[in-house]
Design a protein around this ligand. Sequence first.
Ligand code: ADE
Length: 253
Amino acid sequence: MRIDILTLLPEVFVYLNHSILQRAQAAGLVDIRLHHLRAYATGKHRATDEPPFGGGGGMVLKPEPLFTAVASILNDEQVNAPPPTPAPAHPIILMTPQGRPFTQSIAQELAQHERLLLICGRYEGVDERVRQHLVTDEISIGDYVLTGGELAAMVVADAVVRLLPGALGAAGAAETDSHATGLLEGPHYTKPATFRDWKVPNVLRSGHAGQIARWRRQEALRRTWERRPDMLLTAVLSEEDKWFLGQLAAGEQ
Ligand code: ADE
């Protein structure tokens, strides 16, 4: 997979050069390329932003550098052609608090693509024609406003790359993540078996695979019921799961 990131702050993306993301790049699973928006701006000052028409505070990212950059990065003249033009082959995603809320299922959807282009907004926003005629998707990482889309682009890149086959050490580790199963994950324990009088549940040390799997499932249900009951409305539940939730609701577990 290839992920292109268009930004005015390429230097802040050092996070992508560590740990799993770094290993995934070294192993050739993903090629992450940073592009400085200013390199595509023209004029003496290479301006990438201007004050908004109609007045008001802040600055707005200009359309021309963004259109030129995307066309150049995707090597696609269609982006600069007048409408009607065919939809671009690869997702062109604007990071913005107005976008669709990012979830694990969106990460899974994006991980299927051969290429992604993430555009980091800055200042007060981007010229509306970028939304209307350039990007194919808009993503928000939460209901709060950041100073720019860079952190959001790193969040999306991280969540997508760890889903690529081979990116995580243990095969299948991403499949049991919180959210991947539609439930929150239950508790995890490691050595020592007793720490300050607090013991690891006996079942986890029993060596009984069937009982351990059942306990884990029930603890995932319990945690989801306690913390995110909304997720139970869409989770895929077995008859046994439903029985266990009934027990929880009746205060019997
Ligand atoms: N840019 C600023 N705030 C953002 C958010 N919450 N999500 C994505 N991009 C952003």
